[in-house]
Design a protein around this ligand. Structure first.
Ligand code: 5GP
Length: 188
């Protein structure tokens, strides 16, 4: 099997619940691994270094970029986010399924680098529900929420570029659908 098929990209607007769905996927199937990204954004309460992200300053991030240590990256709402090379190539070479939870620009870059990768778009049931979830999270300022909603509208327009789209109405069901899509591609 082409090793690219061990690479799975999960995208979707901020607030679509994609991180929760992927955590659930991992609980159900612990053999699946999740790539930890680097970011220059501040740590949120409840997050931990090396678990949610590798946190660094903009200068540190730019040094990693210059050293060629970042596979893909983007600037999202004013902060850098990127996938360290060390999170991906060795693992997919060993036949381990690795999931990248990244936004749409990163997904496009991964598609160019790994044309056979499985890409899944997690959509919210509606934009109203997305706004409700973003506000309910209580972690962002009004300005940041508006920025994330504007970005969400752009991201939703790109859903048809993915291998599959799953609407996140309920976490367990969505996680099961993700697993079926990943398995079907690896068996097919
Ligand atoms: P948040 O600040 O909510 O943790 O993440 C903001 C957005 O950046 C989310 O859509 C998240 O999936 C995306 N993101 C996280 N890590 C990466 C990465 O390594 N590369 C790219 N392209 N996007 C990322």
């Amino acid at each position: 099997m082409n090793k690219d098929r061990y690479l799975v990209v999960v995208s979707g607007p901020s607030g679509s619940g994609k991180d929760t769905v992927v955590s659930r996927l991992r609980q159900l199937h612990p053999e699946i691994e999740i790539s930890v990204s680097a970011t220059s954004r501040a740590m949120r309460p409840g997050e931990a270094e090396g678990v949610n992200y590798y946190y660094m300053t903009r200068d540190q991030f730019e040094a990693k970029l210059a050293a060629g240590e970042i596979l893909e990256h983007t600037c999202y709402c004013g902060n850098y986010y990127g996938t360290p090379k060390s999170e991906v190539d060795r693992r997919i070479g060993q036949g381990v399924t690795v999931v990248l939870v990244i936004e749409v620009e990163g997904a496009g870059n991964i598609r160019r680098l790994y044309p056979e990768a499985t890409t899944i778009f997690v959509a919210p049931p509606s934009l109203e529900e997305l706004e409700h979830r973003l506000r309910g999270r209580g972690t962002e300022s009004e300005e940041a929420i508006q920025g994330r909603l504007a970005r969400a509208r752009e991201e939703l327009a790109l859903a048809d570029q993915y291998t599959a789209t799953v609407v996140n109405r309920e976490v367990d069901d969505c996680a099961r659908q993700l697993y079926e899509i990943i398995r079907a591609r690896q068996e097919g």
